[in-house]
Design a protein around this ligand. Structure first.
Ligand code: HEM
Length: 523
């Protein structure tokens, strides 16, 4: 009897190890984001805690990390080369799988794992074709009608039913007796304006119109649930904040699943639910549908993966737009210089009310180097990019004179923003100084914005797949708003809010209340 029990227990342990252990190993550890944050903090501040950390770490040189499961690469020389290793050695796929199951709401199972293994690269290809290709991303932004939309950045309506979508959450109020001056929350307004430009370029305008809570749900999920889930706080925790954000994620799932169904119906030439207009849904969404169909993903299984695409498209881009506007408008001299630089490419109408008569997006990207430098400086101040990879085969990491032998099954993280506030790399790091990214080009003798050591998009083969679109969106939407609108702090002085570290671009602890007026031809 005892032997029987022992044999059953032994078999159970073997089955458990076979079925369960590889899955756990494959997920990015829940404590690793905290380890990254603590390590960055300790190394930036120095002192005794730095000495203790250096003593207890597993390796030496540029590698920090206490366990064999996760190592943090701190300013490792040649990190780009390392991150460019082929996928079968160094892969971002386990990180994507972790995000899909832990954060975006996919159910962790061998079946989902297999489906994602088979689909992962093919799901990213259409995103790259639309958002990484220079002409495709310019064309998408041209379709977004930025000049027309920017004309009603503020509609000066006191009735929420007549406000534009991006005004709904920004607490826009027309000042009594001053019908052409409105007060608004700048972060909310800029963020939702950017999202209303971007989202139709992926999923079409009908999706935005059919789902009135979309933006509120996306930001609630991003702000209140994403960071907690990432560090392993379970979504069932009975806290109001978590439960409301979880409900927002469930609504996002249902609406995205319903959209997937409509996309599939349209692709098959069938009648589309609600006779929804699908003509402006992007080629990327239809290409992804083809992959989902090929691999047998149900609509509800697609929802977490597509929530990832929606989140990736907006979660960093729109906060960058907000910080850029806040930095630029709070510096009147810089604002004047930018307006002069932009003026040849954003032509304003000469009759009141001022509107944008035409806008040349390729020329803005090509010629507005100060604007670009301002965007790079915004990344430096507000963005915390980290490249996380899984080592699937034994690997030797070269670290100057040192060589580190790393076992398969280890995650490595490179927090690229560690240098962003380092005065030995960026002089006067706490001040917004865009000129630091301007260099005189040897060929043209003109100033050109160059990234230098800044890495806002990560590194290697799994670098951001939407960087062209993101940068062009911020350039064109930023240029349009700067050209057409005056923005001043409602309190009379610009108070830049502190930043909450989060999932990439940092969020402000509080919004900035501003007064907005349309520029006149005399301005
Ligand atoms: C200012 C805006 C943005 C910033 C700062 C940003 C930053 C990043 C960073 C740091 C990564 C991780 C790269 C790495 O692991 O080395 C990433 C990945 C990614 N981003 Fe972005 N991103 C932005 C906008 C976008 C947009 C508009 C899209 C379009 C849909 C997008 C799609 C993606 C995708 C698909 C990945 C995963 C790439 C992979 O694992 O192969 N991003 N992004």
């Amino acid at each position: 009897m005892v032997y029987k029990v022992l044999i059953i227990a032994f078999v159970a342990v073997i089955i458990y190890k076979l079925v369960y252990k590889p899955k756990v190993k494959y997920l990015f550890p829940v404590w690793a984001p905290i380890e990254i944050a603590l390590t960055c903090y300790i190394l930036s501040n120095g002192g005794l805690s730095k000495r203790i950390l250096s003593f207890i770490r597993r390796y030496n040189g540029s590698l920090f990390g206490i366990t064999s499961k996760h190592q943090i690469l701190v300013n490792l020389p040649g990190v780009d080369r390392l991150m460019s290793q082929p996928f079968h050695t160094l892969s971002a796929e386990p990180v994507q799988y972790t995000l899909v199951t832990r954060v975006f709401g996919g159910i962790d199972s061998p079946d989902l794992k297999k489906r994602l293994d088979n689909s992962w690269k093919d799901l990213f290809t259409p995103i790259e074709q639309l958002f990484l290709n220079d002409s495709a991303s310019t064309a998408a932004l041209e379709r977004a009608c930025i000049p027309e939309q920017t004309s009603s950045f503020v509609s000066f309506s006191s009735d929420p039913r007549h406000m534009r979508r991006w005004e709904q959450s920004a607490d826009v109020r027309v000042l009594p007796g001053r019908p052409e001056t409105a007060e608004a929350n700048l972060q909310s307004l800029a963020r939702d304006f950017g999202a209303c430009i971007a989202i139709p370029q992926l999923y079409g305008k009908d999706f935005l119109d059919r789902y009135p809570q979309l933006l509120d749900d996306l930001w609630k999920f991003d702000n209140d649930l994403f960071p907690l889930l990432m560090i392993g706080i379970p979504a069932w925790m009975p806290f109001k904040l978590i439960q409301e954000a979880r409900a927002a994620r469930s609504r996002l799932h249902s609406e995205i699943a319903a959209l997937s169904r409509r996309i599939d119906q349209y692709a098959r030439g069938e009648r589309v639910d609600f006779d929804a207009n699908m003509s402006d849904v992007s080629s990327a969404a239809f290409e992804r549908n083809r992959v989902f169909v090929r691999e047998g993903w149900s609509y509800s299984e697609r929802a977490p993966a597509d929530l990832g695409a929606l989140w990736g498209q907006n979660a960093n881009t729109q906060p960058v737009l907000f910080w850029l506007l806040a930095y630029v408008y709070s510096n009147p001299n810089l604002l004047d210089r930018l307006r002069q630089e932009i003026a040849p490419y954003v032509i304003l109408s000469s009759i009141a009310p001022t509107k944008i008569a035409s806008m040349d997006i390729p020329a803005l990207s090509r010629n507005c180097q100060l604007l670009k430098a301002c965007i790079f400086e915004t990344y430096r101040m507000a963005n915390e990019p980290t490249s996380i990879r899984y080592i699937s085969r034994h690997m030797t990491i070269s670290d100057g004179e040192l060589k580190h032998e790393i076992k398969p099954g280890t995650f490595i993280s490179a927090p690229h923003s560690m240098i962003n506030r380092d005065p030995s790399v960026f002089v006067d790091p706490d001040n917004f100084v865009p000129e630091r990214f301007l260099e005189i080009d040897a060929g043209s003798s003109k100033p050109v914005a160059r990234y230098g050591r800044l890495k806002p998009w990560g590194a290697g083969a799994s670098m951001c797949k939407g960087r062209k679109f993101a940068e062009k969106e911020v350039i064109s939407v930023g240029a349009a708003i700067i050209s057409l609108w005056n923005i001043e702090p409602a309190s009379g002085t610009w108070d830049m809010p502190a930043m909450i570290p989060g999932t990439g671009v940092k969020k402000p602890v509080k919004d900035i209340r501003v007064r907005i007026t349309r520029r006149t031809t005399q301005d």
